[in-house]
Design a protein around this ligand. Structure first.
Ligand code: ASP
Length: 594
């Protein structure tokens, strides 16, 4: 037996015990002829003492220990001498006086320190030596918490009679979503599988199959250009339930989130979570995933500027648009650089410029106020609660464009105010929010077609169904998103379950030619003809959820072996070239010119 305890286990009560520990040399210090090492394993650190008076051969061997050597030690637990306790370590009251030392393996000098400071090393280096990065205590903690969260998820669903069912990784290409990873089939020349973007179709088939309550901690794949918080392969908590209304799904998921928060953080969440209709979220926050930990809401002043002498506002209103504003309290002292940054943000989201007012020294400093009437100014003061030190930012355009621009500005401003200490947004405040009543469809003018905003299996709200063919953009879908502090944590919907309704969605609303619909979804339409129960579900981004609970913004910190922004695995050097024979077997010829 190489060990009796792990390295975060021994306490003052264990003094006098004979123990065996094993792990990595975290650090070594030589004090007046006595050698101390911090021995580290996944759980923590224990101080080991090698004293020549006590055991000469072990002490001699300890002289040769270097960082990350792997050792096994036997010894006796003793109280640390008075005044040498380390209150930062749970094992900080004791040490182990070593009788024996066995060196199980040596180690080269690691390319970065295996501790908190190692996190400052370049991320590419950490990814290349991921096995060393994962030894660092903060990373080991993340892996442990990820495991605990996954277990809590499974326990919760098990209690509520869900079955975890695995669905295939080799799936069928469904090109209407994100770009997919294709896998050539050797035994079916010229044919391809695709890796699933989500198990959506399989989980719906499981409902037709009578599974009733399904979940899976599922791997999903999307071949997208990666943004900071995206990975080409990622994990979802995927859920589907039969015989449910939206209410049933939301309540069951609130229970899940509460259970997970309790398990991971020992915190009790207040249920139910508030709800906001999509339209209201956009009007008030300019976002369908609003961070509600701070106000700075969008205020509508359209009616006050209907007859304005300021042409920019007036013409927006005349064109059927809106004028809205946010009050960045405390930002009147914004530097020219910051105003330029805000203007650039506005422009990058489609605004032509940025109208603003600085309220400083009792004056409104702005190139535009000379065009404002007294009534217009009075309306602004009261609706925006204007006071000394404020910076007012305007958006005047079509409604959706103003939502977008002011929604983004609200976040940039909050960031500036936070960095300058004028706004405090607590990291451990959990503003959960259901956003509901999304529009079912969007129109893409360049293609002259409607697209499903979520996916083509989402049902319309029953009260809007009659508008599907006459006024499609007015139709609200049964989609729901769970938002936490400005991030989308989960999304789902009640599905279409009648074959005629699904066929109509594909062919009439989304204008997918019948033969294409049949080739892609024929099996689904057929399955629905054999008694598909009403059903609905949801999927949580598991990596994001774990990152939030671990207190990191970077999902790569909670994924054991993540890829870079170029979808590269730096540790295994993948993707990589393959042998010509492998390609021939797959009936594939490369054309790297194009
Ligand atoms: N499959 C959907 C997604 O991956 C979620 C759902 O509707 O359940 O976003």
């Amino acid at each position: 037996m190489k060990r009796t305890h792990h390295c975060n286990q021994l306490r003052a009560e264990d003094v006098g015990q004979k123990v065996a520990l094993a792990g990595w040399v975290h650090g070594r210090r030589d004090h007046g002829g006595i050698v101390f090492i911090d021995l580290r394993d996944r759980e923590g650190l224990t101080q080991i003492v090698f004293d020549p008076q006590h055991n000469q051969p072990s002490w001699e061997r300890a002289q040769g220990l270097r960082s990350e050597f792997v050792v096994a030690v036997e010894g006796v637990v003793r109280r640390r001498p008075a005044g040498t306790d380390n209150p930062k370590l749970p094992t900080g009251q004791i040490e182990v006086l070593a009788h024996t030392l066995e060196v199980l393996n040596a180690s080269d000098t690691p390319p970065f320190p295996i501790d908190d400071a190692g996190g400052q090393a370049g991320e590419d280096l950490r990814l290349q030596y991921r096995y060393l990065d994962l030894r660092r205590p903060p990373m080991a903690r993340n892996l442990i918490l990820r495991h605990k969260i996954a277990k809590a998820v499974r326990d919760y669903f098990d209690t509520h009679r869900f079955l975890e069912v695995e669905t295939p990784i080799l799936f069928k290409s469904t090109p209407e979503g994100a770009r997919e990873y294709l896998v050539p089939s050797r035994v079916n020349p010229g044919k391809f599988y695709a890796l699933p973007q989500s198990p959506q179709q399989f989980k719906q088939m499981l409902m037709v199959a009578g599974v009733e309550r399904y979940f899976q901690i599922a791997k999903c794949f999307r071949d997208e250009d990666l943004r900071a918080d995206r990975q080409p392969e990622f994990t979802q908590i995927d859920v589907e339930m039969s015989f449910v209304t939206r209410e049933d799904v939301l309540t069951m998921m609130e229970g899940l989130v509460a259970h997970v928060w309790q398990a991971a953080r020992g915190e009790t969440l207040a249920l139910p979570f508030p709800r906001l209709a999509y339209r209201e979220a956009m009007e008030r926050f300019g976002s369908d995933k609003p961070d509600t930990r701070f106000g700075m809401e969008l205020v509508d002043v359209t009616e006050d500027f209907q007859a304005s002498a300021f042409k920019v506002f007036r013409s927006a209103v005349d064109a059927g648009g809106v004028v809205k504003a946010i009050n960045a309290k405390g930002l009147a002292a914004a530097t020219q650089g910051q105003i330029e940054q805000l203007t650039e943000t506005a422009k990058s989201f489609g605004a032509k410029g940025l109208a603003y007012i600085k309220v400083e020294g009792g004056e409104w400093k702005s190139p535009i106020v000379k065009f404002f009437s007294d009534a217009e100014k009075a309306a602004l003061v009261s609706k925006l609660n204007i006071a000394e030190g404020d910076l007012i930012l305007f958006g005047a355009d079509q409604r959706e464009a103003v939502w977008e621009v002011l929604g983004r500005l609200r976040l940039v401003v909050a960031d500036i105010l936070t960095r300058t200490g004028k706004l405090s947004i607590p990291n451990d405040q959990w503003n959960f929010l259901w956003v509901i009543d999304f529009p079912l469809l969007e129109y893409r003018p360049e293609e002259g077609k409607y697209y499903a905003r979520q996916h083509p299996f989402t049902a319309a709200l029953p009260e809007d169904e009659h508008l599907l063919e006459t006024d499609p953009l007015k139709v609200r879908g049964s989609q729901y998103d769970l938002v936490l502090n400005g991030q989308e944590l989960a999304g789902g919907s009640i599905r279409i379950h009648r074959p005629d309704a699904q066929k109509k969605m594909f062919e009439k609303v989304l204008q997918i030619p019948p033969e294409v619909a049949k080739a892609r979804f024929g099996y689904m339409l057929e399955a629905f003809r054999y008694g598909a129960p009403p059903h609905g579900g949801i999927a949580f981004g598991f990596d994001r959820l774990v990152a939030t609970l671990c207190g990191t913004n970077n999902i790569r910190d909670v994924i054991a072996f993540p890829k870079t922004a170029k979808a590269f695995d730096l540790m295994t050097d993948s993707p990589s070239e393959v042998e010509p024979k492998q390609l021939r077997d797959l009936h594939i010829q490369l054309n790297l010119e194009s």
